[in-house]
Design a protein around this ligand. Sequence first.
Ligand code: 6PG
Length: 478
Amino acid sequence: AVADIGVTGLAVMGSNLARNLARNGYTVALHNRSWSKTAALLEAHGSDGEFVASESVADFVASLKRPRTVLIMVKAGAATDAVIEELTQHLEPGDIIVDGGNAHFPDTIRREKDLSARGFHFVGTGVSGGEEGALNGPAIMPGGTREAYDTLGPMLEKISAHVDGVPCCTYIGPDGAGHYVKMVHNGIEYADMQLIAEAYDLLRTALGLSAAEIGEIFADWNTGDLESYLIEITATVLAHTDAETGKAFVDVVADQAEQKGTGRWTVQSALDLGVPITGIAEATFARALSGSVPQREAARAADLAAATAGWDVPDRDAFIEDVRRALYASKVVAYSQGFDQIAAASAEHGWDVDRGACARIWRGGCIIRARFLNRITEAYERDANLPLLIADEYFASAVSNGVESWRRVVSQAALNGVPVPAFASSLAYYDGVRAEHLPAALIQAQRDFFGAHTYHRVDKDGVFHTEWSADRSETQQS
Ligand code: 6PG
């Protein structure tokens, strides 16, 4: 047995992680259900480092040093369960099974429970960065036992992206914590993408700019606070011309955004926890709306009134700056909400997730890598239990500075019929969370009226009910 780690499932993510491990000096055992993928990897990239390829699971496991560490990179769901089951026939207690797919965290919790009862370590690991990241350094979010991390962590840290010499990989917490944090990463990714798309739409509609011109604006934004991978690729995509038609590439792509499910899971979990992640939710629903083809056709056929004002932008540069500030403020809110969700899930499951560490490992390798994540880490260093990211001194002033721009952009968008669900809902969240009084008092009164659901008072402790259908006297319930 010579291999330091094994990888099973050699589609592009698995292959690239295997190559990354080999390039970093590890001897990597390889296995795939069909030999052709293994052969293709060896043929094209066998010179990347030391590989030990096996056709059978038994040989694959036998090639691994103890405690054996196997990274599973197969499709999330039933395929993962099948591979785990087969592996456990050959592994021994103490061995480490790592699932690097985009598993749904309840599956990871279930698998960890089952496998730990059988003596194995199960590490559900989020991996972000797409194909390129997998090969050259992803962000890695491992969950599971500390003991497993002691063996596995150094390898993962070595192959991860590094920012300022710090690896974009850290131990996240027990069982489902790693996959949970990766899921929220993806939810934030959805919000980020939607906000960028809304900013693009505003610039296009209000200023009549071409895609390429807007690409230049994004390239410029990428030199400031907004500097991030997603802004950078947006500039590149907008500058791209379709070879066949000569049109802007973005104009030949059908306007229906798809999803594989992680955004939906994020929203579902937030609903269960009661955490308002409105930016992520609106982003997820905006994708759903774009794909609601019959509804969109029916709405257009019904010729629904626009009743718009006609967009007159007196100062082009001021408008662009307003959109930039609105984008930044909305983005901060989306992250703030995502971190709230991580805190709530961590408390619910007893994971003890360090949010500052999450921001730190997202600075490189992953899809949402961005300059301002440093600021988030600093905010959680100032206060590990910070109840609200936008209440931190840095972000409070960053968001407050943009609030006038934000209001102008959202109101102008509404007057001109440009849908900006993520901008608008983030602003509504901002106004809601900072409000001294919310109309929730009226909702509690209504609930008490029709269902005797009771209410608290602002002036004394206790639970109260008003006899609405009788003499409207108030009784104290407890
Ligand atoms: C990453 C990405 C990755 C992936 C998602 C996209 O972190 O590397 O988030 O996980 O690209 O699967 O998700 P949708 O297909 O749902 O947009």
